[in-house]
Design a protein around this ligand. Sequence first.
Ligand SMILES: Cc1cc2nc3c(=O)[nH]c(=O)nc-3n(C[C@H](O)[C@H](O)[C@H](O)COP(=O)(O)O)c2cc1C
Length: 232
Amino acid sequence: MHGTGDEAAEEFRELLRGLRVHDAGELPAFDPEQAPDEPLSLFRRWLREAAEAGVPGPHTMMLATADADGRPSVRTVMLHDVDARGWHFGTHRTSRKGRELAARPYAALGFHWTAVGRQVRIGGRVTAADPEESTADLRGRSPAALTAALAGGGRQSEVLGSYEELERAFEAARERVEREPDATAPSWTLYVLAADEVEFYQEEEHRRHVRLRYRRAGEGEDGGWRRELLWP
Ligand SMILES: Cc1cc2nc3c(=O)[nH]c(=O)nc-3n(C[C@H](O)[C@H](O)[C@H](O)COP(=O)(O)O)c2cc1C
């Protein structure tokens, strides 16, 4: 049984103190001297290695945005692609994060891959892709993803009256996807975060962790990258 009051609080603290981030297994070595000149290829390699190490959902990431007053908010989204333009993700333009991005087009992404003791964080400006590219992104995903996008009908982050309402919306969306597999969800938008900063963090057995930060050296995508080590 779980206690109440102070006892419960102490039990909870004990639980936290007893938890481990990962088994004391061997972590991969990371030599920043050998790191490439740009962060993209290193990010792809680390994501592949996380997948190979069995990290569940290595392509899920935390996305932080801020509202017009600068108040931050964070949630999990899926990474859809990474290319020279940046890190791609999809969501509803009308959602809380969509509205925040419209007010302040800057965001941060965070990955934590426990089994390999690695963290990557990325910051930069976010641009919404045009409707054609956004639709192509949604089409490239599963029928279940399309159903969910249609069921929401642009209401993501709004208050839901009841679960019956949600059930009905899903049922209608499922039927529509069967009839019309090419249906589009107008609020679904592909966003691309063009990084101006990417930091790679490798945990090390004796907590002498390695942090390597890439920062844009100049203006625009052709500006090149500056690499620097950071105190852990
Ligand atoms: C593993 C996981 C993956 C998710 N992927 C997405 C996603 O790709 N796009 C999305 O809009 N929401 C995704 N969500 C839901 C979001 O975390 C969030 O609840 C939703 O987008 C509403 O966020 P907002 O109110 O801050 O706009 C995901 C949630 C989890 C747990």
